[in-house]
Design a protein around this ligand. Structure first.
Ligand code: NAP
Length: 252
C-alpha cells in the first residue's frame, strides 16, 4: 500500500489530486477544514481529518494520529502533498491586521514546514519511496501589490524545499522534496483574486483578464500533471519546478 497525506482536499487542485489518486493500492489521508464527503464516499481507503492548519500547535498531534494508523514497515511508498493555501488577506500590508497577517503565514508557510519536518521524522526508518511535493506558485517570482504575504510565503516555501533537499542528501534514506508552481488554474483561489476591489488590489483586472481570455487550466488537468510528476523516476529532488516547463517536456 502507498500512503498519501494531502492537505487542502475540500476543493480545487487538492480535491482533484486526491480523486485521481484513488486506487485499491493507495491510502489517502486528507486534510482540510471542511470535510469533502463526496470524495470520502468514493473510496474505503480514505481517512478524512477536518483540521484547521492555522492551529499550528496541533499539527504534531495530527501527524501522530496519521502515522499511528500507518503500517510503516509494510508501506510501499509514502508521500506528503502540501497543497492547502489561502490568498487572503489581499491588501496593501499597511491595511492588514496582525491576526490576518499571521494567519496567512501560518497556513501558507509554517504549516507546510511543520508537516515536512514531522513527515521526515516519522519516516526516518522507512526505506521505500518517500517524497514531499510542496505546491508553491509563480507568485514567488512574479509580484503584485496586495499579495505580499502570499508571495513571501511561496518564496519561503521554495527556499525551504531547496534547503531541505540539501539536508536530505546527507541521509541514508533520503526524502525527496520538490516545490512546484502549478500554473494558473480555475479554482476558488483565482476567483478570490479577480473578485477583489481594484482600489485595494490593482491587479484584480489582470486576474479577470486571465479568466476571460481562457488562460486558466482546469484543476483536473493540473492534478494529472502533478501526479505524473510525483511518480516520476527522476524526481527533481531539491528543486523548484514550473509545471509549464514540465508539461512541455512531457509533450515532446
Ligand atoms: N489556482 C491557481 O491559479 C494557483 C496558482 C498558483 C498556485 N496555486 C496553489 O495551488 C494550491 C491549491 O490551490 P487552489 O487553487 O486549489 O485553491 P482553493 O480552491 O482555494 O483550495 C484551497 C484548499 O486549501 C484548504 N485550506 C485553506 N485554508 C486552510 C486551513 N486553514 N486549514 C486547512 N486547509 C485549508 C481549503 O480547504 P478548507 O477551506 O476546507 O479548509 C481548500 O481545500 C495552493 O497551494 C495554491 O497556492 C494555485
Amino acid at each position: 500500500m502507498k500512503h498519501f497525506i494531502i492537505t487542502g482536499t475540500s476543493r480545487g487542485i487538492g480535491e482533484s489530486i486526491a480523486e485521481q489518486l484513488i486506487s485499491p493500492d493507495h491510502y489517502l489521508h486528507c486534510i482540510s477544514r471542511v470535510k469533502n464527503a463526496r470524495l470520502e464516499s468514493k473510496s474505503n481507503n480514505i481517512t478524512y481529518y477536518e483540521f484547521d492548519l492555522n492551529q499550528i500547535d496541533q499539527i504534531e498531534a495530527l501527524m501522530n494520529r496519521i502515522f499511528n494508523s500507518i503500517d510503516l514497515p509494510r508501506t510501499e511508498g509514502i508521500y506528503l502533498i502540501n497543497n492547502a493555501s489561502m490568498i487572503a488577506p489581499v491588501a496593501f500590508i499597511d491595511k492588514v491586521n496582525v491576526n490576518d497577517l499571521t494567519g496567512n503565514l501560518k497556513v501558507n508557510l509554517l504549516a507546510p514546514i511543520i508537516l515536512t519536518s514531522l513527515f521526515i521524522q516519522h519516516t526516518k526508518y522507512v526505506e521505500s519511496n518517500k517524497r514531499i511535493l510542496n505546491i508553491s506558485s509563480s507568485s514567488a517570482k512574479h509580484h503584485h501589490p496586495g499579495m505580499s504575504l502570499y508571495s513571501a510565503a511561496k518564496a519561503g516555501l521554495d527556499v525551504f524545499s531547496q534547503c531541505v533537499g540539501l539536508e536530505q542528501n546527507h541521509s541514508n534514506t533520503p526524502v525527496g522534496i520538490v516545490s512546484i508552481w502549478p500554473g494558473m488554474i480555475d479554482t476558488n483561489l483565482q476567483h478570490e483574486a479577480r473578485s477583489q476591489d481594484q482600489s485595494t488590489f490593482p491587479s484584480a483586472e489582470l486576474f479577470g483578464m486571465a479568466k476571460d481570455t481562457g488562460m486558466l487550466t482546469t484543476p483536473e488537468e493540473t492534478a494529472h500533471l502533478i501526479i505524473d510528476f510525483l511518480f516520476k523516476i527522476e524526481f527533481e529532488h531539491g528543486s523548484v519546478v514550473d509545471i509549464f516547463d514540465y508539461s512541455k517536456l512531457v509533450q515532446q
